[in-house]
Ligand binder design. Sequence first.
Ligand SMILES: [Fe+2]
Ligand SMILES: [Fe+2]
Length: 138
Amino acid sequence: MTLTLTKPIAYWHSDYETGNLQVDQEHQELFEIVNVLHDAVVTKQDFDTTYEILNRLASHTVEHFQTEEALMLSVNYPDYERHKQTHDHLVNKVSHLLKKFRDRDTAITTDITQFLTEWLSHHIKGEDQKMIRFFQNK
Ligand SMILES: [Fe+2]
Ligand SMILES: [Fe+2]
């Protein structure tokens, strides 16, 4: 990524730490990509650049959710289904957005990067921290 970020939207805070190194690293990467996407929107980057970032975000999201789902399955996490449903919901939303953007049927706006930031913060501080606490108490 060669873009220079001017004003990030997703600020990482220690409140978001779960205590699981891999999960925390992947969350920070997602924050970074949301910031790069936001920067591309604000600085009006061309279609290909924006599409590439959105595509990266979609694939990192899928990979990250797979990490968490594998962790949950490995310990028979009791709330697996509900947690996975919230993941699936976001994956569907992001794939839909990617497709619509690819078809030039929608624009990526700061409302979208704002939504992604809020979704991530909310999910990390809720479901993800709850999940890691469960592993730590095993
Ligand atoms: Fe997560
Ligand atoms: Fe999660």
